[in-house]
Design a protein around this ligand. Structure first.
Ligand SMILES: *[C@@H]1O[C@H](CO)[C@@H](O)[C@H](O)[C@H]1NC(C)=O
Ligand SMILES: *[C@@H]1O[C@H](CO)[C@@H](O)[C@H](O)[C@H]1NC(C)=O
Ligand SMILES: *[C@@H]1O[C@H](CO)[C@@H](O)[C@H](O)[C@H]1NC(C)=O
Ligand SMILES: *[C@@H]1O[C@H](CO)[C@@H](O)[C@H](O)[C@H]1NC(C)=O
Ligand SMILES: *[C@@H]1O[C@H](CO)[C@@H](O)[C@H](O)[C@H]1NC(C)=O
Length: 365
């Protein structure tokens, strides 16, 4: 029997979601020879067990508090499990406005990259993170108390879900609900996908007093690169009868119109569920919702030069040169897989989460 199997308290802790990843497995060398017989005497066994428990309880694992902290204070579980969106929003809002994203554990480094870019524009205080698993909720709030909230029930898996997968759908389909909750509380809200980086403050582009602001998600083909003075109306549907607006960057005011758009998005997600032969995600439903509510909701298409899709920014160097100085956010889409996204940010000098973690309220994560 190995020591890990004898050690009982850990699985109980793991059940509460504190140690959800592979970091929860502790390894111990196989006992041999004289050590072996010592271990199997009653006192030997007890001393080893005691020593092991001491180590587990008092020695911090890299990047994590010693587990003893769970026993001294009332611990992250009881403190944050019942933290509501209303309390969290009240805590983080500045000027009645929040900046939000939603994130699951594998994407924490990407979250840090986003957050550092926001801190550089001095807006990190108004960030609220929707944690999509308990490990993320506790980890963020341990490092930066109050800035993460979890809306129950949490999606059950915490793998890194790729674009188009069912897990990706499950997580992204929660988005409009989160946003509607915040609007109902009376706050304006900017939503960003976590694979976004700010290169300027996007708030300065929120002209006028519209209900819903969004960017489009077109790739870099000549017909979709817009003139700098393009219209801010909802774009006309493309050849397939649908618009291609991105659900990655949205700003909403707490108006009847914006709430109507979010409710419609929620309905459209229910009408267009994920299936094996028609894998989908939240974005087509967002486009349907904008199409259906356009008559009643005041919509505003953000300038493409400030909010380019990854399909434009990373694939059209000429355009990037022509529009230099006009970019506000860069979205790392049109590429699948977390490692690929990180590598691309590195290639373009947009990866801050290795060498600039001192600028992050989360530190190195
Ligand atoms: C606060 O919000 C109002 C209304 O949305 C806006 O006009 C104003 O510029 C904001 N002030 C700051 C400091 O962001
Ligand atoms: C997604 O949600 C469905 C329905 O709640 C569930 O059956 C499925 O296991 C989930 N899949 C993933 C990968 O999270
Ligand atoms: C953009 O500018 C061009 C050339 O100056 C002009 O012809 C066009 O009408 C403008 N478009 C809009 C939407 O203002
Ligand atoms: C909504 O979609 C339909 C079908 O493609 C299209 O005919 C209509 O013009 C769209 N409405 C708006 C406001 O874009
Ligand atoms: C971080 O700094 C090291 C040492 O200066 C450098 O080699 C590396 O390329 C930097 N990484 C990024 C992502 O900028």
């Amino acid at each position: 029997m190995s020591l890990n199997q004898r050690q009982q308290p850990l699985p109980t802790v793991a059940k509460h979601g504190l140690l959800m990843s592979s970091r929860a497995s502790f390894s111990a060398a196989q006992p041999q020879g004289i050590v072996y017989s010592f271990l199997f005497s009653r006192s030997g066994l007890l001393s080893v067990l005691a020593l092991f428990l001491l180590l587990v309880v008092f020695v911090p694992l890299p990047g994590r508090r010693p587990m003893s902290a769970l026993f001294y204070d009332d611990g992250p579980v009881s403190r944050w499990k019942d933290y509501t969106v209303a309390r969290a929003a009240g805590f983080a809002a500045r000027n009645d406005t929040l900046i939000v994203t939603s994130v699951s554990e594998p994407f924490l480094p990407m979250l840090n990259n986003w957050l550092i870019s926001i801190a550089r524009k001095k807006r990190q205080d108004q960030v609220l993170i929707f944690a999509e698993d308990y490990a993320t909720l506790y980890e963020i709030n341990r490092r930066w108390p109050g800035h993460a909230v979890l809306v129950q029930p949490a999606p059950d898996s915490n793998a890194a879900h790729d674009y188009g997968s069912r897990g990706f759908f499950n997580i992204t389909s929660r988005r409009p609900r989160h946003l509607l909750d915040i609007l109902e509380l009376g706050y304006s809200v900017m939503y960003n996908d976590v694979d976004i980086v700010w290169v300027a403050d996007p708030f300065r582009y929120l002209e006028g007093d519209h209900d819903v602001y969004f960017a489009d998600d077109e790739v870099a083909v000549s017909t979709t690169v817009k003139p700098l003075n393009h219209s801010h109306d909802l774009p006309p549907p493309g050849a397939n009868g649908k618009t291609y607006v991105c659900s990655c960057m949205i700003f909403l005011r707490p108006t009847r119109g914006a709430k109507k758009a979010m409710s419609s998005w929620i309905e459209e997600i229910q009408n267009q569920p994920w299936s094996d032969n028609k894998p989908t995600h939240d974005q087509p439903a967002f486009n349907s919702a904008l199409n259906k509510t356009a008559g009643e909701v005041d919509l505003y298409l953000l300038p493409q030069a400030a909010f380019p899709s990854g399909g434009l920014y990373f694939r059209n160097g000429d355009w990037v040169e022509r529009t230099r100085g006009l970019h506000a956010i860069v979205h790392n889409n049109y590429i699948v897989g977390l490692q690929n996204k990180i590598q691309r940010f590195k290639d373009y000098g947009l990866w801050l989460a290795d060498n600039h973690t001192d600028e992050s309220p989360l530190g190195q994560i």
